[in-house]
Design a protein around this ligand. Structure first.
Ligand code: AMP
Ligand code: MG
Length: 493
């Protein structure tokens, strides 16, 4: 006699219920030997699921796509996307599936999604698969972003499939389970709009409003308020990326969410030496997605979203256009406000002063000229705030220029009532010691691909508390050795 096991997740499927036309029902491909490589215990707690249940053969089978979970209505989601500026009308989940939605312990609706789960009707020429390295990369960088307080999708688990995937060389295959506020993208709206079915766009907008921006529902024009909410969320997100030196690398419209969460960690990386033109992705020849271009690209993507909403913004086309344009024009101010506040906090300035913009700009110019490490400089400023500038000076080849800047900065700090030690503590709460440094990520993923998960686990552990400096972890805080060379990331994952 067997007792029916309690389902792991209580799925709901509102996307499937509300949005017929934006997905294809589909099943994951079976994999030969699923083996759990990484499980996010912190996230299991948030989802209210028992991690031990996910470690059982039944749990791992679900995470590998070998067993369809009870109550899931698995679908491949449809979306379009401007890729490097060129529209691909039919992208969609080529190697991914939405399992369904679950409610976390805070009552928030979260998507559970598999990536690398086999070819779908959207696969085009792709094999539908993913390799261990890139899936663990998504896990590691997503957790690093989460710990930095930046809105992001997160990995629940990575399961090795026991089969190789063919890239430049054969690589061990994997399936990632991703948790997101939703997987609705700018590209989802583009796909809906391209069907010329206004009611589909309206259903999608209503669904997205209810799910992500419910305050818009009560506005005079809910769809305009919705656009404003997405613009605000993305402007804030972009500023927060910029404040930690994050470079997404492939800001196509299919990789930009409506929720305001960072999504799709492909060729992304954290900047090391400060240079606004930094590009890591091997395929971004024109530097379209360079560090300093990111806010402009976000706004460009949001303009594509606005276009899809125009038919919902009233019968008079010119008025709709004017209203949408007005909302888009608010992006720079919103971005700037978060950036300024964030930079002031990084410099220990609790209150804003009209001269702060120049002070910030001059430090960045100095860092650029002397190729100093972005993360290290900001962290090393806190001892300098109460007298010990040795560490930060050592980061500059020509410290005299830094000394002149620091003199102005200390003047500014002394205009504040707070004690220097208190200011330094506040700075340490916003300037990370540990980021996902490129050489550490590469080393850890190389080891994982060869079968040793220790370095990935070690890195995840360090990155979970990026602001707490710990003895013995100096190597995690240091810049890459010169032998690491110029870093390049690859898209064909
Ligand atoms: P990405 O660059 O990861 O955002 O992917 C862009 C598009 O290519 C999406 O539609 C993906 O589903 C699809 N894609 C990427 N890799 C594969 C693959 N190996 N097999 C099938 N589709 C893929
Ligand atoms: Mg994508």
């Amino acid at each position: 006699m067997s007792i029916a096991a309690k389902p792991l997740f209580a799925f709901d499927n509102s996307f499937v219920r509300d949005l017929e036309g934006l997905y294809e029902p589909w099943q994951a491909a079976d994999v030969p030997e699923p083996r759990l490589l990484a499980l996010n215990e912190d996230l299991t707690a948030e989802l209210g699921v028992d991690p031990e249940a996910l470690r059982t053969p039944e749990g791992v089978a679900m995470l590998a796509g070998n067993a369809a979970p009870d109550g899931a209505a698995t679908v491949a989601q449809a979306y379009s996307g401007h890729q490097f500026g060129h529209l691909s009308p039919r992208l969609g989940d080529g190697r991914a599936l939405l399992l369904g939605e679950v409610h976390d312990i805070h009552g928030r609706r979260r998507d559970l999604h598999l990536k690398g789960s086999g070819r779908t009707p959207f696969a085009r020429g792709g094999d539908g698969k993913a390799a261990v390295g890139p899936m663990l990369r998504e896990y590691v960088i997503g957790e690093a972003m989460h710990a930095l307080g930046i809105p992001t999708t997160r990995a629940l688990a990575v399961v090795g499939t026991g089969e190789d995937v063919m890239r430049e060389t054969p690589l061990p295959g994997a399936v990632l389970t991703r948790v997101a506020a939703s997987h609705i993208r700018v590209g989802t709206f583009q796909y809906a709009a391209a069907t010329a079915d206004i009611e589909l766009v309206r259903r999608l907008a209503d669904h997205a409003i209810a799910r992500h921006h419910p305050e818009a529902a009560g506005a005079d024009d809910p769809y305009l308020a919705f656009l404003q909410a997405v613009v605000d969320a993305q402007a804030t997100l972009l500023a927060r990326w910029m404040l930690v030196g994050f470079i997404h690398g492939v800001m196509n419209t299919d990789n930009m969410t409506i929720s305001g969460e960072t999504i799709d960690y492909g060729p992304c990386a954290f900047m090391d030496a400060f240079d606004p033109d930094t590009v890591f992705s091997s395929i971004d020849h024109g530097g379209r997605y360079a560090y300093a271009n990111q806010p402009d690209i976000a706004l460009w993507n949001l303009a594509r979203l606005a276009e899809t909403l125009l038919p919902l913004l009233g019968a008079q086309e010119d008025l709709a256009l004017e209203a949408a344009t007005g909302v888009l024009r608010s992006f720079p101010d919103r971005y700037r406000a978060t950036w300024d506040r964030g930079m002031q906090a990084k410099l220990g300035l609790a209150d804003g002063d009209p001269g702060d913009g120049e002070l910030i700009g001059d430090l960045l110019a100095l860092m650029h000229a002397q190729h100093t490490d972005f993360t290290s400089v900001f962290r090393a400023l806190s001892p300098a705030a109460h007298g010990d500038a040795t560490g930060v000076r050592a980061l500059f080849d020509e410290p005299a220029a830094f000394d002149a800047w620091a003199e102005r900065w200390r003047q500014r700090l002394s205009s504040q009532a707070a004690e220097p030690a208190e200011i330094a503590r506040a700075m340490d709460r916003v300037n990370p010691v540990y980021i996902a440094r490129n050489h550490l990520v590469e080393d850890a993923l190389g080891a994982a691909t060869a079968g040793d998960l220790g370095p990935v686990e070690g890195l995840l552990d360090v990155l979970a508390s990026p602001f707490d400096q710990r003895l013995g972890l100096e190597a995690y805080a240091a810049a890459a050795p010169p032998s690491f060379g110029a870093y390049q990331t690859f898209c064909g994952t």
